[in-house]
Write a protein that binds this ligand. Structure first.
Ligand code: ASP
Length: 710
């Protein structure tokens, strides 16, 4: 039986050009021979070494300063003056925050011509991994097999606090311990996080997000998805708050850039911070995702996105206001559609059910595993209980909380805690933060479109729920008109006057606001559903066992830990693919393809006149391929995920060849199962990035500070 399952997994992973997995660079000894077989010309020490400069020292994670261990994007250092390159979509919020009516850096792009012109990216931190270490035995000290999961968790958390305190002591570093393999192993990561970060350059959005929603998650792709930041440090070259006196950071090392370009079958590796994957779920969970959870999300969002689309197409002002809101909603929506399609077309649930049944048969036939004989049945039973509340929560968040007035009103529930005795400072802080939330919503707001969205969201909720809700019971479209005419959550003036004159006495008035009442009810439904949280701990323990037994059963397979926003490397080759019979995709796209798409006349395919002129004169300088065309993007077989956006793509010598920014439609399901034949990550070719900096932005001073491989 063991042989059977080995063959099954081998079918999934055997492909000489592709390797599933997001590996830990500090444990690379396990992979290095395989990587070298793939074509790598470096040693494990060249990639990760805490005693000498190595590639890891040039790879960065992007964090929000209020969550310093969650890397929303990745990037790399490409000069001795702290210049960092990442994706445009990673810098989008910072670029938007610096844009004004007179300086629309999103639309026009931004090219600083010296340090003084660089713009602060408030709230963003850039972090370097200084070291990683296996601390499993310390984290599990005092934990026994018999312990219930709550006790286990609290002992581990105390142990972790000590490990972290020790790692940070006497340094300016920040440490974190993450759980791996369902919290059966624990690794410490020590970071240096810089918080004075400035925007250096970004192409216009029409290039940085070329293809927009139409091309998102798609190949062939033609997006110049890059922007640049610079890290600043104090006079000791250490992290410091923003100050005009800070100086460009002098990094330990920086990446060399290769302008030689890539050919099909070249080695490629991606280094960065993939966020979340779920590679080891049992079949019944995958089935629930495919048949229940994903369809619910897709259905709700399809209805909302359709309304947005028709209103946005009809009115350019509405288009501009809702472009970012729509892309936010649509990114996850499209991903789910692709993921579900992958689950179905690749027959993943049935394959997993087959391997689950082999695992179960092995458990039942092995004497020492008697205590686990009911594992799969118990797991499935508990999961089904949890599924009901997971669906209820998903419904609330995809319908009720998708309505902006309800979403905003939910934040105002914080005011409930105040009365006339409350601390004035605390009230002021809360009001301030609510002002920011309200400003964010009303900055891009169209009441008529919003009302249609809310109507659809509420109807969707009512169609799908069987819990009768007090506030919503009375709901109809006419009533919604009245709600919009009176609520503070649908009008920026009413909102401002409420917040500017707020005292706890006004909570009474707030209670009467219809959206506040719905938000309150929504909150209490969520609280009630929390009773099901008890199953969560049990399910965590069962998933832990399930993975542990899989690892014992299939000794020929090397299990990589699921992504969890820690530092990883994935490796493979530059390679096209065949999604369907008779269809075959090349590994590379060029500027010719950009212009073909421009010819289609769609909103998502527009480029600045200057790019057209550069194309017309074929003014590509040294960045052209040997056939004279300008490369734009390429695909490779690297196993990547969200959070890998902006990650360095490196060649066999560890030189920068591009920036990872997306995955191709047919293989998006790689967060749950990687398929070597169709899973491809999409990278913007570094030569296109350099061409845009030099020819479009005319920012040659930036090219001058980079280092090129000979
Ligand atoms: N586009 C994704 C991101 O923004 C990358 C991916 O999921 O492949 O993180």
């Amino acid at each position: 039986m063991k042989q059977l399952i080995t063959i099954l997994f081998a079918c999934i992973t055997l492909n000489a050009s592709a390797k599933e997995g997001m590996w830990l660079p500090f444990l690379l000894e396990n992979n290095i021979a395989d990587m070298q077989d793939f074509g790598l010309r470096l040693s494990a020490d060249d990639i990760y070494n805490i005693n000498q400069a190595c590639i890891k020292d040039a790879i960065v994670g992007f964090v929000h300063n209020d969550s310093p261990f969650w890397h929303f994007c990745s990037g790399s250092v490409i000069s001795a003056q702290g210049l960092v390159v990442t994706n445009h979509h990673c810098g989008l919020d910072a670029i938007r925050a610096n844009s004004t009516q007179h300086h629309n850096y999103l639309a026009d792009g931004f090219w600083a011509s010296n340090y003084d012109e660089e713009l602060p990216a408030e709230g963003i931190g850039i972090c370097f991994l200084r070291r990683m270490e296996d601390v499993t035995s310390r984290a599990l000290k005092g934990v026994t097999k018999q312990m219930d999961s709550q006790t286990r968790k609290s002992i581990i958390s105390e142990n972790i606090n000590q490990i972290v305190a020790e790692a940070e002591r006497g340094t300016t570093y920040k440490a974190n311990v993450d759980g791996f393999y369902e919290d059966t192993e624990f690794y410490l990561s020590v970071y240096e996080i810089f918080t004075d970060v400035r925007i250096v350059a970004a192409p216009p959005m029409s290039i940085g997000n070329f293809g927009g929603e139409t091309d998102n998650w798609m190949w062939p792709r033609h997006t110049g998805d890059f922007c640049m930041f610079r890290i600043y440090a104090n006079t000791q070259n250490q992290p410091a708050k923003y100050s005009p006196n800070n100086k460009p950071y002098k990094p330990i090392t920086h990446l060399k850039i290769s302008t030689k370009g890539v050919s099909e079958n070249d080695f490629a590796m991606v280094m960065g911070y993939p966020a979340v994957t779920n590679e080891y779920l049992p079949a019944f969970q995958l089935q629930a995702i495919e048949q229940k959870i994903d369809p619910l999300v897709i259905d709700a969002r399809t209805q909302l996105l359709n309304i947005m689309r028709s209103e946005m197409e009809a009115d350019e002002t509405v288009f501009l206001k809702y472009a970012s809101k729509r892309s936010h909603m649509s990114n996850g929506w499209k991903k789910k559609i692709g993921e579900r399609r992958g689950l179905q077309t690749l027959n993943i649930v049935n394959q997993r059910a087959h391997s689950d049944s082999l695992l179960n048969a092995w458990i039942l036939s092995t004497d020492s595993l008697k205590p686990y004989k009911n594992l799969m049945a118990t797991y499935q039973r508990l999961y089904n209980i949890r599924l009901d509340y997971q669906l209820a929560l998903t419904l609330i968040s995809e319908s009720l909380l998708a309505a902006e007035p309800i979403y905003l009103a939910e934040k105002f529930l914080a005011l409930d805690a105040f009365d006339k005795q409350s601390d004035a400072k605390k009230i002021a802080r809360t009001i301030n933060s609510l002002k920011n939330d309200a400003d964010e919503m009303f900055a891009d707001y169209d009441q008529s479109l919003d009302q249609q969205l809310t109507l659809t969201a509420l109807r969707f909720y009512l169609q799908h729920t069987n819990s009768i809700s007090q506030e919503l019971k009375k709901f109809d479209a006419k009533q919604l008109d009245k709600m919009y005419a009176s609520s503070i959550f649908t009008d920026s003036y009413r909102m401002a006057s409420f917040l500017n004159s707020y005292t706890p006495k006004m909570n009474k008035k707030l209670e009467k606001d219809p959206f506040y009442a719905i938000a309150k009810e929504c909150n209490s439904m969520v609280q009630q559903l929390k009773i099901y949280h008890q199953t969560d701990n049990a399910i965590d323990s069962l998933q832990q066992l399930y993975l542990m037994l899989q690892r014992q059963f299939d000794t020929t397979r090397v299990f990589f830990p699921d992504a969890n926003s820690t530092f990883r490397v994935s490796y493979g080759k530059v390679l096209g693919y065949t999604p369907n019979d008779g269809v075959s995709y090349s590994y590379v796209t060029t500027l010719d393809g950009v212009m073909e798409k421009v010819g289609q006349g769609s909103h998502d395919y527009m480029v600045p006149q200057k790019l057209r002129s550069l194309y017309n004169s074929r003014n590509y300088g040294q960045y052209a391929m040997s056939d004279g065309r300008l490369p734009v993007c390429f695909i490779s077989t690297n196993h990547t995920s969200g959070g890998n956006s902006g990650s360095a793509s490196l060649n066999a010598n560890g030189e920068l060849i591009g920036l990872n920014f997306d995955r191709a439609w047919d293989g998006i399901v790689s967060d749950m199962q990687y398929n070597p034949n169709i899973c491809r990550n999409i990278t913007v070719d570094i030569r296109y990035v350099l061409f845009l900096i030099e020819k479009l932005g005319e920012a040659t001073w930036l090219i001058d500070e980079m280092d090129f491989a000979k």
